[in-house]
Design a protein around this ligand. Sequence first.
Ligand SMILES: *Cc1c(COP(=O)(O)O)cnc(C)c1O
Length: 372
Amino acid sequence: MNLCDFAPEYIRAIQPYQPGKPISELAREMGLDERNIVKLASNENPLGTSPLALDAMIHALHDIARYPDGSGFELKQALSKLYAVDTGQIILGNGSNDVLDLAARVFLKPGATAIYSQHAFAVYPLVTQTIGAYGIAVPARDYGHDLAAMLDAITPETRMVFIASPNNPTGTLSSADDLLRFMERVSRDVLVVLDQAYNEYLPAANQADSIRWLKQFPNLVITRTFSKVYGLAGVRVGFGLAHPEVANLMNRVRQPFNVSSIGLVGALAALQDSEFVQRSYALNRAGMLQLTDGFRKLGVEYIPSYGNFISFRVEGDAANTPKVYQNLLRQGVIVRPLGIYEMPHHLRVTIGLEPENQKFLKSLEYALGELA
Ligand SMILES: *Cc1c(COP(=O)(O)O)cnc(C)c1O
């Protein structure tokens, strides 16, 4: 079709994002009962949603004929109190992916470059390419960000650096010291997006004091999400924290009603439910031990992770990994292949409930046995 030839080359070159396979799709394809399928493919909260948030959202359904509060007043008030920032420093997004996109739209243009790490979150190249800017993937070190090399990769054209800590899909963490050193050295003319989607899964000792750094570094944007520990992935709410002038620009380009009324209400209630967050954190710690124990018993190599997921390696040639992936699907276990992350030997599994983890480990043992 001719029309599509007029779309910019950089748009046509974009690889579609591959989400985790939905449960309903696998049930259809394999003739499985949905109740026997375990989806551990999208880093969702296995406990579901905070009951407080769920109640608030069900209640808010009565009002969905009305547009949401486009300013997100109440949610911003709550975030402002919780994080000791001004409401003018907050950017609400339709998921934190939206905030990443807003940052790219404000600071990138064709010819500019954005820097991110090899094996980093797939949305960074996506939002960069959408603008027609160049993305530079800096080789990873032990699967983690090589912050020194990322600093060296900066040129006069560089306008943004994306840092994920913990990173998805590798689960690697950049230490607070390393991040701070990076911020001290990077030019103030380069926006640094620090994506902390998994921050709440970190033990307190590993959490960086990043929000305090905003005072010192006007070129820092921190992104957080309600999709992970708060269990609200389906309603799409995330936020960014930044210098007021940066936040102001980002708020100008966003869609006026980019967060739904249900999302606003759910997020506000979820912030109040610290019991649910603590329970999610504890479940994740226990599940991490269960899975890493299981991997060790199976002799499966994994990348130590700080998130709610873990990436593990399938031995043998690269063709073995899709075989194991398919075999797990046939057993009703959905994990995530990492070919698009330049990790063709790895699969990523999200930490689930205890019986889900157990089903995964048993299924993996069976799949590896089939292969041997
Ligand atoms: C899951 C995830 C997000 C969150 O995306 P939302 O749009 O908020 O659902 C952001 N960054 C990383 C690295 C993630 O893994």
